[in-house]
Structure formats: structure tokens, C-alpha cells
Design a protein. Structure first.
Lengths: 202, 279
């Protein structure tokens, strides 16, 4: 963190080498967000690049009131919105186009046994497919919460929403995702609570 | 099973660590007795465990190199501050204009009878002329060097004539409300266009030279956010900065960070934006 703060400070003063370190530090996190907002690898890379460029141009404005990461995620989110609006590429109704399968193949597999690895992979595929079926608003908050591990306050800052809206979207997004997984029928952890017609306690 | 209604609203907050310690303990206790709520929390945690990791995110080959090439191709706007001689020139130009008006008798005609002594009238006129001086500066500085702006500020009365033809698109000074001291606002608005076209003979005194800013902030809201950026006009009423689209986008993000509400266009709607800071 100290080094990151030094890079931010140097980059603010115009040090491109320091900014390059920040790009390398955050490229996966920014792309993880833009890929799931744009749902197309090329668009995601373009939006991520625009976000980093905006960060470079805007660093003199960055006063550190929010974390650098939160600020950067907001620029990435804005870049996605701008790109989609500019090019009329709203794809909420489109099928999955994200190369998640490739990503998963490239991913390290920490599971100790082939069976566990296969189960883990299957769960991930189901969650990734379920995410694709959510509305962009619900997918966005869940990605920021679960992948970027932001707090509700931080998500509110990134998306310029009030915290109440963030709470509501997270809850609704999760319930929708859970419903999708339940209906897929083979998500074991969810299967235990499939009996959706009953209240949990009386 | 579904979570029970009493606790349903708390379960996501519980799983996300957003509850107080007391609320967390209360929900945890409830979960030991409620299979429906416990199943929902288990599901949340199972879904979380199955979420893609950041580390799994595919990064295009040479992504960071391409970003840095873009950075190198778009050098950060060099902060331009008004040169000291220009800071001095503007008030001098305003004083000169007042002196000319006083000499020609125009100012006395514009000041209503009973408005008070000369000591009252002078500051009032001075303020007004400084505003019009700055409006002229805006006109020139938007697309010319600082020096050109100072030159344009001197012939103050010509602003309304020049605005029609020489106005750069970004600043559109033709749209600046021009209200003469002799007319009520409604009348002034109605006669604005003919005055500009005809090149109205007499000098006009601007009492409400509002610049056509895309975004207006108070000095308290702006803080130091705009320090070091291109200042295109400066009056007692406002400072006007010109920002590129990325600078403007970053400013909006910084305002959001500070919890400051703003109203303005989206950053992708233009190449440059004018941001006004009022006292």
C-alpha cells in the first residue's frame, strides 16, 4: 500500500513509469469489472483502456478522499456506460459472449482432487452463466461486491448511488441469481433449500 | 425454504458484514433456529465461493503497454495559470474603461438619479465592468493565447458587437445574458438580438454577465479541485475554467467522492467543458 501510494503520488506529478505500475497493479481488477459490464472482451478492453487514460488525465483531481481503487472503478464503470451509450451496444438481451470458458481454462485450480476441481468448475460455470442472465444493474453490484469485495458504501461511491439502492440491488440480484441456480437444478448448495414454497420459520 | 419475513432484509447485510455487532449476534442466533434463513445464508456463501476470481480475469496481451502508449499519445494538459501581467492588466483595463465612461458622461447617464454619491456609484460600476471585462476575456481566451485575451478586454463596449461574429463555439458569448442598466430584464431579453446585430451605438453596461458554464460550483464545493487548470476568465462573480473531457470526467468523480451533488452534461458529450466557480 505504501508503494501504491508512492506510485499514485509520482503519477500525479506526471511520472509515467509510476503510472505504468498502477496499470499493471489494477489491470485485472478493472478488466474484471468492464468484462462483466460490457460482456464483450474487445469492448471491455477498450473501456478499461479509457478508464486508465481518464485516470491519468484526472490524477491531479484525485485528492484521496476515496480509495484510488474506488475512484478507478468509477472511471471504469463510467467508461463502460459511455462506450455502450456511444456505440448503441446495449446487450442486456444478448446471450453470453464473455469468454469465461477461456478464462476458467487459464485459471489456476487450487482444488486438491480432480473431482473437487470438476465440482468447483461446474459451480463457477453456473454462477457465471447465472450472472449473464441478470440485469446490468444487478450484475454490476454483485460483481463489485463479490469479485472486488467492496463494501456497500464503496459500491455506492463507485456507482454514484445511495446506499439504500445498493442494498436493494444486492439483495434483489442475489435472489434472482439464486432463483436461476435453483431452477438449473444441480447446484448442490442451493438444492438444500429448493422448497421455495415455505417460510423458514413459523 | 424461504427466509422468514422478519429477518429477510437482514440476511444479505449479515453475509456482507454490513450489520452492527449487536445485529450480527441477533441474526446469528436466529440462524441456529431458522432453517429457512440458514439455508438462504448458506446459499449466499456458496454462490460467493463460486464467483469468478479477479485473478482469473483474462488480460489481453500487451494491455498495459497499449495503455501506456495511449497515455503517451495523450499528454496530460499542462496546467496553465494566468500570467501575472495579465492578472494586473484586467483590473487596469476595467479602471480604464470606467475612466472613459466617466469622461464621456455615459456612466452618469446610466446611474439612476438618487443612487447616491459618486463614492457609491464607482464600486458598482467597477464591478459591472469587471464582469464585462471578464466576459471579453472568456471570448478571447477560449481559442487564443492569454495575450489575445488581454487585448480583447480593453475595448469593453465592443463586446456585444463582437459576440455575434467572433464567438468561439465553446463559449458562445452571444448567449450571455446582456442586461442593460436602463432596461428591465424582460425588456433587455427582448431587445438582445437586435442590439447585437445592429451594433448598438452606445456602450452597454453588464449587470449580469453570467458565463455559459456547463457546470457551476461554489468555491466551497470546488475547494482546490480546479487549481492549476486553464482559467479562461476571472471576475468577482465567478472563475471560469476550461477542462478537457477526461479532466471533466475526473472532476465529476472527485465531486462524487466528496459527496457533492452536481448538475451538468455527461463527459462524453463534448471535447471541452466550462466549469464556473462562484463565491
Amino acid at each position: 500500500m505504501i508503494q501504491e501510494a508512492q506510485w499514485i503520488d509520482k503519477a500525479r506529478q506526471g511520472d509515467q513509469e509510476a503510472f505504468a505500475h498502477l496499470v499493471q497493479l489494477y489491470e485485472k481488477r478493472v478488466l474484471a469489472l468492464t468484462i462483466r459490464m460490457c460482456r464483450d472482451r474487445e469492448d471491455a478492453a477498450e473501456a478499461a483502456q479509457e478508464a486508465f487514460l481518464a485516470a491519468w488525465q484526472g490524477l491531479p483531481f484525485f485528492r484521496g478522499e476515496a480509495q484510488f481503487s474506488t475512484w478507478l472503478y468509477r472511471l471504469a464503470s463510467n467508461a463502460c456506460v459511455d462506450l455502450l451509450r456511444r456505440e448503441g451496444r446495449h446487450r442486456s438481451a444478448a446471450g453470453p459472449s464473455l469468454d469465461d470458458a477461456d478464462a476458467r481454462l487459464d485459471a489456476p485450480d487450487p482444488a486438491p482432487s480432480p473431482q473437487e476441481a470438476a465440482e468447483r468448475r461446474e459451480l463457477r460455470e453456473q454462477v457465471a452463466a447465472g450472472l449473464e442472465q441478470l440485469t446490468p444493474e444487478h450484475r454490476q453490484v454483485l460483481v463489485l461486491r463479490e469479485i472486488h469485495q467492496l463494501s456497500y458504501d464503496e459500491i455506492a461511491q463507485v456507482l454514484s448511488l445511495d446506499v439504500g439502492t445498493v442494498k436493494s440491488r444486492i439483495s434483489r440480484g442475489r435472489r434472482q441469481l439464486r432463483k436461476i441456480l435453483v431452477e438449473s437444478g444441480n447446484f448442490s448448495a442451493v438444492a438444500a433449500s429448493k422448497d421455495t414454497g415455505k417460510e423458514g420459520c413459523t | 425454504m424461504n427466509p422468514c419475513p422478519e429477518y429477510a432484509a437482514l440476511l444479505d447485510l449479515y453475509a456482507d458484514g454490513e450489520l452492527t455487532a449487536e445485529e450480527t449476534a441477533r441474526v446469528a442466533d436466529h440462524l441456529t433456529r431458522c432453517p429457512g434463513c440458514a439455508a438462504y445464508v448458506d446459499d449466499i456463501l456458496a454462490i460467493r465461493a463460486a464467483f469468478p476470481d479477479v485473478e482469473d480475469t483474462p488480460v489481453p496481451e500487451d494491455f498495459s503497454r497499449r495503455v501506456m502508449e495511449a497515455v503517451a499519445a495523450h499528454p496530460r494538459t499542462a496546467p496553465k495559470k494566468r500570467t501575472p501581467w495579465l492578472r494586473a492588466a484586467l483590473p487596469l483595463a476595467a479602471c480604464l474603461a470606467v475612466a472613459i465612461l466617466l469622461q464621456s458622461g455615459t456612466l452618469q447617464r446610466l446611474i439612476p438619479a438618487g443612487a447616491g454619491s459618486g463614492s457609491d456609484a464607482a464600486p458598482s460600476a467597477g464591478t459591472a465592468m469587471t464582469e464585462s471585462s471578464a466576459a471579453a476575456d472568456t471570448n478571447g481566451a477560449a481559442d487564443t493565447s492569454d495575450g489575445a485575451a488581454a487585448e480583447e478586454s480593453a475595448p469593453l463596449p465592443r463586446l456585444s458587437n463582437d459576440a455575434d461574429g467572433a464567438a468561439p463555439e465553446e463559449t458562445a458569448p452571444a448567449e450571455v445574458p446582456e442586461v442593460t442598466a436602463e432596461k428591465a430584464p424582460e425588456e433587455a431579453e427582448a431587445s438582445e438580438a437586435p442590439a447585437a446585430q445592429d451594433g448598438a451605438a452606445g456602450p452597454q453596461l453588464f449587470t449580469a454577465a453570467a458565463a455559459p458554464a456547463d457546470l457551476t460550483l461554489t468555491a466551497r464545493e470546488a475547494g482546490t479541485l480546479l487549481e492549476g487548470y486553464v482559467l479562461v476568465s476571472e471576475t468577482d462573480a465567478q472563475l471560469l475554467y476550461q477542462l478537457t473531457a477526461p479532466e471533466y470526467a475526473a472532476l465529476l468523480a472527485a465531486l462524487d467522492d466528496a459527496g457533492i451533488a452536481w448538475t451538468g452534461p455527461a463527459p462524453d458529450t463534448a471535447e471541452t467543458f466550462l466549469v464556473a466557480v462562484t463565491p
